[in-house]
Design a protein around this ligand. Structure first.
Ligand code: SAH
Length: 257
């Protein structure tokens, strides 16, 4: 067995039914050729086992823990070179994949937001992510505007992806049990091709607005522009009330000022 290491966010899923359901949630195009898939953090392979049974998947894996990699090499020798010992956050994905690939994993919870920030950078290569993460983060990602869970990563991700909250998983499904509940989500690239505003400014506007959640948008974003802001309905609102489209409009409003 592999001893769970807290610093690596290791909580091994023990419920086979849940593992099977997570793997089933990943949808492929079914065009006949197997689709590239990257599993992040396979650990001792509870998802890997079911992924390998799917003929529609061409599986690669990245795992940071050498002990887990050694374990997987013994139990799944067929993985061969597709099993990469390394840090997903530092992995140069363009050297591994020449065509779009799907992502699956029971994510290490300490880096789940960072994983999504990285995915956003390669969004044209990553059309779908099925993952388990902390329920709180899952709720935030899937939350629509107007909800208290709605925040920076919700807007940034929803700009490019549709997010489905699939199901909740209790602490007891893992060894060792995490302190919080978990959830499985499916994240699918939407059909947006461009934002309609400068993307860097869009991110800055969102971060600036959410940094002072309780203030009106006018109060927090005025620092981003030299001139006075006009009268506009969006400026009187709180950031959590604004949709992706509203933030695009707001960015253009500020930058045309
Ligand atoms: N998939 C397994 C393990 C989940 S725990 C299961 O469901 O039981 C999260 C896994 O991610 C651990 O195996 C941990 O070693 C690995 N991990 C943590 N940080 C990582 C990183 N930066 N890159 C790749 N893998 C990582």
């Amino acid at each position: 067995m592999v001893k769970a290491k807290k610093a690596l966010g290791q909580h091994f899923l023990k419920e086979e039914d849940i593992a099977r359901k997570i793997v089933e949630a990943l949808k492929t195009d079914n065009y006949g050729t197997a689709q590239p898939v990257l599993e992040i953090g396979p650990g001792t392979g509870v998802l890997t086992k079911y992924l390998l049974k799917r003929g529609d998947i061409d599986l690669s894996l990245v795992e940071i823990d050498r002990e887990s990699v050694d374990y997987l090499n013994v139990h799944y020798p067929e993985l061969g070179k597709k099993l990469i010992l390394g840090d997903f956050l530092r992995l140069d994905l363009s050297t591994v994949f020449k065509e779009p690939f799907l992502i699956i994993g029971n994510f290490p919870y300490n880096i789940s937001s960072q994983i999504f920030f990285k995915v956003l950078e390669t969004r044209e290569m990553t059309p779908q992510i099925v993952c388990m993460l902390q329920r709180e983060v899952a709720k935030r990602l899937a939350s629509p505007p107007g909800n208290k869970d709605y925040g920076i990563l919700s807007v940034l991700l929803q700009a490019w992806y549709d997010i489905e909250y699939l199901f909740t998983v209790d602490e007891g499904a893992f060894i060792p049990p995490p302190k919080v509940k978990s959830a499985v989500i499916r994240v699918i690239r939407n059909n947006r091709e461009s934002l309609g505003c400068d993307e860097k400014r869009f991110k800055l506007v969102i971060k600036t607005a959410f940094n002072q959640r309780r203030k009106t948008v006018r109060n927090s974003v005025k620092q981003l522009t030299a001139g006075p802001l006009p009268d506009h309905r969006l400026l009187g609102m709180r950031p959590e009330q604004l949709s992706v489209e509203d933030f695009v409009e707001l960015t253009n409003l500020i930058d045309s000022n």
